[in-house]
Design a protein around this ligand. Sequence first.
Ligand SMILES: *[C@@H]1O[C@H](CO)[C@@H](O)[C@H](O)[C@H]1NC(C)=O
Ligand SMILES: *[C@@H]1O[C@H](CO)[C@@H](O)[C@H](O)[C@H]1NC(C)=O
Length: 395
Amino acid sequence: MAGKCNLVSVLGALLVLTIFHDPIIVYAGEGVPNVALFAFGDSYYDAGNKVFLLKKNRNLPQNLWPYGKSIDYPDGKFSDGRIVPDFIGDFMSIPNGIPPALKPDVDLSRGASFAVADASILGAPVESMTLNQQVNKFKSMISKWTDDYIEKSVFMIYIGTEDYLNFTKTNPKADTSAQQAFVTSVTNRLKNDIGLLYSLGASKFVVPLLAPLGCLPISRQEYKTGNECYEPLNDLAKLHNEKIGPMLNEFAKKPNSGFQFTVFDFYNAVLRRIASGRSIHYRFYVANTSCCGVGTHNAYGCGMGNVHSKLCEYQRSYFFFDGRHNTEKAQEEIAHLLYGADPNVIQPMTVRELIVYPVKENMREYWEANKKSIRRRRRPFRASYLDGLDLSAYY
Ligand SMILES: *[C@@H]1O[C@H](CO)[C@@H](O)[C@H](O)[C@H]1NC(C)=O
Ligand SMILES: *[C@@H]1O[C@H](CO)[C@@H](O)[C@H](O)[C@H]1NC(C)=O
């Protein structure tokens, strides 16, 4: 009797194994295929690379408390916890986020971050890498992934902040034509670097627009603008941002290019959240000063050993954790926008749509200036305590 039972259960187990062991395509997370995520850029997407580029062993603020406070572990990321690529990785069923590419012996099977704090597009950043150097690093490691896998995987790029902060510091009186000339040199180089990634086999690109750089707490503090933003920096970001959609359209419109992309309007997403210093609509109580740091906007020196920085009591009520980077809660909200917001926030498609878009096909819709949301919204729920609150602004 016992023997028969065992035989039945062994047969059952075999049957289950045959059914589930030989899938034609492996799907994960609501129909999203198992592909990799690669991130390039600066401190926003640095997953802990910077420490591996130091000439001498020393502690970096981002590897020290209170960075990582919400996860009880500072790991070289500029946040109290996880960052946007970690959340996007979560949505793609990538366990534990993507590792820093420069760290020895990490599991690269689901992608990596090549982004490094202080990275710029132009120049020769100290103990960091330009975007071009990051792309070349990727090239040197390319045999770790198949061509087919690279083509299906997602490439996120966020860079330019260092270039414009540096330009404004060294050319405080630059007029519009000098600004325009600098932006053109930055975006031309960016175009080259994206072209290089594409020539290496990448075909799915996610490029967020730059934040309103003059509204970052560190800019308001350094340029002493109080509750206003420092407009020359916003102007540079706007000039830069205007070029991104058309540049990517150009790649994607070439016949049989298979070049696919989407552009996230990070500029306006940030602006909406910081507009009144508070942003109750978006559930941040403080949006004009940082949680961690010193100075008028608490924007400098978070994590630095020689700075007596202040730390807010409850980081989840803040939009900015340090002078320029968001709290984990804000990063999670931003990642949700990337993955599923309306076309006025991310277009021509969401990151999720980009992942499932058939490879080698050209896009059917391209990026358009001032795209309005075409999805119908539900009438906002109204309760008396919500009177006067415009919920349509949620995005
Ligand atoms: C900052 O600007 C200076 C002067 O233009 C340049 O030499 C330097 O390489 C720039 N640094 C970065 C990180 O781009
Ligand atoms: C931030 O915004 C709040 C609320 O609008 C305001 O009271 C405060 O003065 C602002 N802080 C700074 C540093 O501008």
